[in-house]
Design a protein around this ligand. Structure first.
Ligand code: GRG
Length: 303
């Protein structure tokens, strides 16, 4: 089975996440110094350095190393992906979007700094992400850097996060078909995870076949991320358990468990992990261990 053939017993996943996560945090801290004008620098640092699991940067680095690249080649891209993720959270929390008061255990950016500053902090992070990759990626051919920047760009705009967000907004309160739900999640959540993995493989020197294999792996874990999120929403509040496929769609947010039932959603999640692991089985098992464990981590996470 791919699941067991990809699992190295010697690999310490917790330690890997901690050590790589710490290096990412140091790089992020250095990327956004507290400089003039401090009003924007403080707001940026407040959200970017607020914690978070750092799944996207770690995926980027693991993918770079899988194809034989060095971590240093992927660090600026790993930071850029986290900057874009953070800016999308800042904007998603705004009163005109989800209107959330808390994020990563703290008041949201607009609650702490005001709506005007939060919008600008998001804009600055989006711009800085691309500048950072272009200016700080060393020892990688310019062709590969440009290819990775194009990939990153396409994950954000009208083929990426923005596309998912606009359809999510316009589907609120309406009946949502499974295909629409999948479109929203693929764009809102999976595209940036895909960019993290694919850009890592491009910057690490992966061949076209390797990069496309990693894209397939990323598409599986991207969707998995959201299916698991939806299952967690249900399992966290037991009063939701009575809801079954097709019900409550007009009054509540559509989720996989609501559209297909919780058992089928769990089965779908298992299929996605197996598919992701099958893509990794084409690579050296020891080098694939971090990505293998990351897929299982996304499947089994509790928050
Ligand atoms: C990107 C230009 C641009 C605009 C933003 C607001 C918006 C458009 C898109 C919304 C994107 C969004 C908030 C998607 C949800 C992604 C998601 C699954 C977030 C949770 O990710 P985790 O669990 O969070 O990795 P942490 O805090 O651990 O990083």
């Amino acid at each position: 089975k791919p699941q067991s053939s990809n699992t190295s017993p010697k690999f310490n996943f917790k330690e890997y996440m901690n050590t790589v996560g710490k290096r990412v945090n140091i790089a992020l801290d250095e990327a956004v110094p507290l400089k003039h004008p401090v009003q924007i620098a403080e707001a940026i640092r407040y959200s970017l350095l607020a914690g978070g699991k750092r799944v996207r940067p770690i995926l980027c680095i693991a993918s770079c190393e899988l194809v034989g690249g060095d971590e240093s080649s992927a660090i600026p891209m790993a930071c850029a992906v986290e900057m874009i993720h953070t800016m999308s959270l800042i904007h998603d929390d705004l009163p005109c979007m989800d209107n959330d008061d808390f994020r990563r255990g703290k008041p949201t950016n607009h609650k702490a700094y005001g709506e005007d500053t939060a919008i600008l902090a998001g804009d600055a992070l989006l711009s800085l992400a691309f500048e950072h990759v272009a200016a700080k990626t060393l020892n990688v051919s310019p062709d590969r850097v440009v290819q990775a920047i194009a990939e990153l760009g396409s994950s954000v705009g009208t083929e990426g996060l923005v596309a998912g967000q606009i359809l999510d907004i316009y589907s609120a309160g309406k009946h949502v078909a499974l295909s629409d739900l999948e479109y929203i999640h693929v764009h809102k959540t999976a595209k940036l995870l895909e960019a993290a993995v694919v850009c890592g493989a491009i910057l690490g020197g992966g061949s076209v076949i390797e990069v496309e294999r990693m894209r397939k792996y990323a598409r599986c874990i991207g969707l998995l991320f959201q299916v698991v999120d939806d299952i967690l929403d249900i399992t966290k509040s037991s009063d939701e358990l009575g809801k079954t496929a097709g019900k409550d769609l007009a009054t509540d947010k559509a989720t996989y468990p609501k559209l297909m039932g919780i058992d089928k959603a769990k089965k779908f999640a298992n299929e996605l992990v197996d598919q992701a692991l099958a893509e990794l089985s084409h690579f050296d098992a020891a080098k694939a261990a971090p990505l293998c464990y990351l897929a299982k981590y996304i499947a089994n996470r509790q928050n």
